[in-house]
Design a protein around this ligand. Structure first.
Ligand SMILES: Cc1ncc(COP(=O)(O)O)c(C=O)c1O
Length: 407
């Protein structure tokens, strides 16, 4: 088989399984979000409202964030010009790390090019620091954590999602003297359910394990200063390593960990995913630092975000649509098969100008294919009304069941 034939076969497999992904070309205009323009393949345009963005708080359009980026861009130029060790460290990177360490109440923070890389690089490096380390990983952890754990060559145990009894059983079965780390998330983004942070910290204390918490879907949105669910629940001091993104609620780009100075120093010194890659541009660091700083005091924006999510869930539930509701900001509507999920997504876009991507297997289990809406403070009553009316009409059009789901 030629290389070309092999590529054809690999792509065909995805088409056959209904897993081939096509990009939807969405063009934004500064200050217009969530309104944007969809450019079709033939070049024609359609105005759309974006309902699946992860710029949860609209910070990517915040004038102070944009001003900070412009200022740094004008002062320093486009790129960082190197890895952090070789000319890629600037005052902007250091200021952002200080801002993040302060946010999470940790001694230090360490920037990565994304939260994916932060998870992968940190989790793949930890066994080099703690020989014999056993990592206990929630079954629904993000792909970036799974990849890091898979590649690290150390021992791993997968506990059933949020199942404390199973986690305890696994911890108890291992050598009490072995170094251990429990890796989990504060909000699991597909169902929007919360990780049992306090109970996991209790188990970590009991079994002498470190805790690693991915707060990617919570940073900026939960806690009095936007540090995440651990802050909201008064548990930040019990987490050894916090992972966060600058690309979702912070509205810019990049990722980080926050931890003790020694932990950050060791990861900085050992992790190839930190050492051998160009650092984020200074302008990106400046924008992210401005955003983090603003969100530390802008609790009104957080409250508005939660209110919009509650309103949307209540309205969709009022139509009898199967919503998963764990009380977070994520609004998953379960359609239950890939064909209807795709059809709904296509019709919402073409007929109603509403952009939401279908979420299918393997991202979610078969039979739970869904549309996942992400409201923000800039989705007003007009946008919510339009979405609710469209969902009502399309649900009837596709003759889908109207049955409430329990959380
Ligand atoms: C739980 C979780 N962790 C990490 C990431 C990676 O974040 P980033 O987009 O900054 O790479 C994601 C991305 O969606 C995520 O959902």
């Amino acid at each position: 088989m030629s290389y070309d034939d092999a590529l054809d076969a690999a792509l065909e497999r995805l088409h056959q399984e209904g897993r081939y992904r096509t990009f939807i070309d969405i063009e934004r205009t500064r200050g217009q979000f969530p309104h944007a323009v969809w450019r079709r393949a033939d070049g024609s345009e359609r105005p759309v409202t974006v309902w699946c963005g992860n710029d949860y708080l609209g910070m990517g359009q915040h004038p102070e964030v944009l001003a900070a980026m412009h200022e740094a861009l004008d002062a320093t130029g486009a790129g960082s010009g190197g890895t952090r060790n070789i000319s890629g460290t600037t005052v902007y990177h250091k200021a952002l790390e200080a801002e993040l360490a302060d946010l999470h109440g940790k001694e230090e923070a360490l920037l990565f090019t994304s939260a994916y890389i932060a998870n992968d690089a940190t989790l793949s490096t930890l066994p080099k620091l703690f020989p014999g380390l056993i990592i206990y990983s929630d079954a629904l952890n993000h792909a970036s954590m799974i990849e890091g754990i898979r590649r690290n060559g150390g021992a791993k145990r997968i506990f059933r999602h949020n199942d404390l009894d199973h986690l305890r059983e696994l911890l108890a079965a291992d050598d009490p003297a072995a170094p251990k780390l429990i890796a989990f998330e504060s909000i699991y983004s597909m169902d929007g359910d919360f990780g049992p942070i306090e109970a996991i910290c209790d188990l970590a204390d009991e079994f002498g394990a470190l805790t690693y918490l991915d707060e990617v879907h919570a940073v900026g949105m939960y806690g009095s200063r936007g540090a995440g669910v651990a802050e909201r629940d008064g548990l930040m001091h019990r987490i050894d390593i916090i992972n966060g993104t600058l690309g979702k609620a912070i509205g810019v780009h990049g990722g980080y960990i926050a931890a003790s100075a020694k932990m950050c120093d060791a990861i900085r010194s050992y992790a190839p995913g930190f050492i051998f890659t160009t650092s984020i541009p200074p302008a990106v660091a400046a924008g992210a630092a401005a955003s983090v700083r603003i969100l530390k005091t802008d609790s009104a924006r957080r409250e508005e975000h939660q209110t919009q999510a509650r309103i949307l869930k209540t309205r969709l539930k009022g139509l009898g649509l199967p919503i998963i509701d764990h009380g977070s900001h994520i609004v998953p509507v379960i359609v239950g098969d890939p064909v209807h999920t795709k059809k709904l997504s296509d019709m919402l876009l073409e007929d109603y100008g509403i952009y939401v991507q279908p979420i299918n297997f393997p991202t979610v289990p078969r039979g739970t294919e869904r549309l996942r809406f992400t409201p923000s403070p800039v989705h007003g009553p007009r946008e919510i009304d339009a979405l609710v009316q469209a969902m009502d009409a399309l649900w009837s059009h596709c003759a889908l069941n109207r049955a409430a789901l329990s959380a």
